[in-house]
Ligand binder design. Structure first.
Ligand code: FAD
Length: 515
C-alpha cells in the first residue's frame, strides 16, 4: 500500500499535463510536492521500561516492530486530511510500536500487558479508515501500540448447511474471496476499498459494499463474532435470529476498536454467481432517477448493484473513472448490475420495466461495464489531484426517502457556503425500502484548515437536516461530535458506560467513537 496515497504505487495514474494546467487555472492551485518515506518526521519510540519485552514475550520478537518504515506505514488512515499530512511529512500520529498477534489468546495477553503499562492500543486492519479511526488520543498514555491484525488471516471453517464461514479479521477482502471461491462461495462485499480493507475493519466500521442491494451491508452478514476485551472474551451469535434480549452483536458492529478487538467472524456466505452483467440507464434528473430507485427498493425486483449519479457527477464522468473526459449522456446516469446463478437473468426484465415506467432510457451494457471496470480506480485519481494541488474528499450520509431531497440540498449548500466554488458531485449507491445513502465527492482549492472547517460545517448541516453522520464510513474522531449530537446525551452515557465496563483503563482506541 502506498504510504502517502492509495493502493499499489504501480497503478498510480498521472493526470495529463493539459488537465493539470486546466485544474490549476480553474482553481488557482499549484503542484504540492510530497516528501519521501525516509523524510517523514517521527519522534523516537517512547515505551516505558520493560514494555517492549513484555509485548515480545506474548507474540515473539519478530512480531514487535518499531523501525521507521513500519511506523510510517501504520500512521493514520486514508482520508484526504490523513494523506495531506503524510505528504507533508507529518508523522506526529505514528504509533511507538507495531505488534502483530497470531491468536485470540495473544490479543487477550497483549491487552493485559498494554493495560499494565498504560499503553493505548489501536486495532489496525487494512488501514483504510477515512474518519480518523486510526488516530488515537495520546494524552494520558505512556505510548501507542498499533495492533496489526494481518497474521489473523485464516478461513477457519465452512458450514455449508447454514451457509456460514468462520474467518479471521485480518483477512483482506480479495484473499477472503479467494479462499471462499475454493468452496464456490462469496461474501459479495465489494467496497471501493476492497483491495486493501479487512474483514475485521468491515465489521468494526459497519462497511457497505457496492453490491449492497444484492448482498446487503457487511453488518447484515455477521452471524456471530468473537471479541477480545481487556475484561475477557465475548462470543456472540448462536442462531439466525433471537429474542434473547438486546442483540449484543450490535454493540460490537461499528465499535471501531473502542470496545474490543474482533478476533473471529462467522459470516453469512452465498453461492458464487456464474454470471455478472452491468448496464446503464439515463434519467432526465436526479429526482426522476431517485424515484425509480425508490420503486425498485420498495417493490423490487432489486438488482445486485444499483446506483445513480447526479447531474454533476454524470457530467464529470466520475461514475466511470476510466472514461473521464469522454462524452457523457447528460442527465443522470444509473448503473445496474445483476449477479446470477444461471446464465439467464429473470430479475433484469422486471427491473428494466420499473426504470422505463419512471422515465428511464436504456443505454445498453457499455456504461455499466465501464463503471464495473473502473470502480476501484477513483482513489488513484485522488492522489493525482492532490499532487496537482486540488483537495478532493468524499463524505456520505443517509436518510429516509421523504427527507432525501432536503438532505441533498443541505449538504450541497453547506459545501458551497464553506468553500466558495467547489465542484460537488453526488450519487446514491445503497438503497433500502425506507431510504438511501447520499455519497458526495468534493473538489476544492481549500487548504487543510479550510477543508476541516468546511467539514465541521457539513457535519452540522447533516445533523440539522435529519441525516445520519455516516452511512458506512463510521465515526472515528472526525464524526465523534456530530455522532454525539445524533444520539443525544443519554446515548452518549450508554456508550461511555459500555466502554467503562469493557475497557476500564480506556486503552482501546482512545478518542475514537466515544464522545
Ligand atoms: C479509497 C477508499 C474507498 C472506500 N470505500 C468504501 C466503501 O465503498 N464502503 C465502505 O464501507 N467503506 C469504504 N471506505 C472506508 C474503509 O475502507 C472502511 O471503513 C473499512 O471498513 C475499513 O477497513 P480496514 O480493514 O481498512 O480497517 P481500518 O482502517 O484498519 O480500521 C477501521 C476502524 O476499525 C478498527 N478496527 C480494525 N480492525 C478491527 C478489529 N479486528 N477489531 C476491532 N476494531 C478494528 C480500527 O481501530 C479503526 O477504528 C473506503 C476508504 C477508502 C480509503
Amino acid at each position: 500500500m502506498n504510504w502517502r496515497g492509495w493502493g499499489d504505487p504501480d497503478k498510480a495514474r498521472e493526470l495529463p499535463e493539459p488537465v493539470v494546467k486546466l485544474l490549476q487555472d480553474l482553481f488557482g492551485i499549484r503542484e504540492i510536492p510530497a516528501v519521501e518515506l525516509g523524510e517523514v518526521r517521527l519522534t523516537p519510540p517512547a515505551l516505558p521500561k520493560g514494555a517492549r519485552e513484555r509485548l515480545a514475550a506474548v507474540v515473539g520478537e519478530a512480531h514487535v516492530r518499531d523501525d521507521h518504515e513500519t511506523r510510517v506505514r501504520h500512521t493514520r488512515g486514508k482520508s484526504t486530511p490523513d494523506l495531506m499530512r503524510m505528504r507533508a511529512g507529518d508523522g506526529s500520529a505514528a504509533p511507538d510500536v507495531v505488534v502483530s498477534p497470531g491468536s485470540h489468546e495473544e490479543v487477550l495477553d497483549l491487552l493485559a500487558a498494554c493495560e499494565a503499562a498504560r499503553l493505548a492500543v489501536v486495532p489496525f486492519g487494512g488501514g483504510t479508515s477515512v474518519v480518523g479511526g486510526l488516530t488515537p488520543e495520546r494524552t494520558g498514555f505512556a505510548g501507542v501500540v498499533a495492533l496489526d491484525l494481518a497474521r489473523l488471516d485464516r478461513l477457519l471453517a465452512v458450514d455449508a448447511d447454514s451457509m456460514i464461514a468462520t474467518l479471521e479479521p485480518g483477512l483482506r477482502a480479495p484473499e477472503a474471496e479467494r479462499l471462499l471461491a475454493e468452496h464456490g462461495l462469496t461474501l459479495g462485499h465489494f467496497p471501493q476499498s476492497f483491495e486493501y480493507a479487512t474483514l475485521g475493519g468491515f465489521a468494526a466500521a459497519r462497511s457497505s459494499g457496492q453490491a449492497s442491494a444484492g448482498y446487503g451491508r457487511f453488518d447484515d452478514m455477521v452471524a456471530g463474532l468473537k471479541v477480545a476485551t481487556p475484561r475477557g472474551t465475548l462470543d456472540l451469535g448462536r442462531a439466525p435470529k433471537s429474542a434473547a434480549g438486546p442483540d449484543l452483536r450490535q454493540l460490537v458492529l461499528g465499535s471501531e476498536g473502542a470496545f474490543g478487538v474482533i478476533t473471529e467472524l462467522r459470516l453469512r456466505v452465498r453461492p458464487r454467481p456464474v454470471r455478472q452483467a452491468y448496464e446503464g440507464w439515463r434519467f432526465d434528473s436526479f429526482a426522476q432517477g431517485s424515484a425509480a430507485l425508490r420503486a425498485l427498493a420498495q417493490r423490487g425486483p432489486l438488482p445486485t448493484v444499483l446506483r445513480l449519479s447526479d447531474e454533476t457527477e454524470t457530467m464529470i464522468g466520475l461514475a466511470k473513472p476510466d472514461a473521464i473526459g469522454q462524452d457523457a449522456p447528460g442527465g443522470c446516469l444509473a448503473v445496474l448490475g445483476f449477479d446470477s446463478l444461471q446464465e439467464s437473468e429473470p430479475r433484469a426484465e422486471g427491473a428494466r420495466a420499473v426504470l422505463a415506467a419512471h422515465g428511464g432510457t436504456p443505454l445498453g451494457e457499455e456504461p455499466g461495464t465501464a463503471w464495473a471496470h473502473g470502480r476501484f480506480s477513483a482513489p488513484y485519481l485522488r492522489d493525482s489531484l492532490l499532487a496537482a494541488g486540488a483537495t478532493v474528499e468524499t463524505l456520505e450520509t443517509a436518510g429516509f426517502w421523504a427527507n432525501l431531497p432536503r438532505l441533498y440540498d443541505a449538504v450541497r449548500l453547506a459545501l458551497l457556503g464553506a468553500l466558495g466554488s467547489p465542484l460537488v458531485m453526488c450519487h446514491i449507491s445503497h438503497v433500502y425500502e425506507t431510504g438511501a445513502s447520499l455519497y458526495f465527492t468534493v473538489v476544492t482549492n481549500a487548504d487543510l484548515p479550510g477543508w476541516e472547517q468546511a467539514k465541521r460545517e457539513v457535519n452540522a448541516a447533516i445533523v440539522a437536516a435529519g441525516g445520519t453522520i455516516s452511512h458506512h464510513h463510521g465515526v472515528g474522531r472526525d464524526h465523534r461530535d456530530a455522532y454525539a449530537a445524533e444520539i443525544g446525551p443519554l446515548g452518549v452515557e450508554i456508550l461511555r458506560g459500555v466502554k467503562e465496563r469493557l475497557d476500564p483503563a480506556g486503552i482501546l482506541n482512545p478518542g475514537v467513537l466515544v464522545p
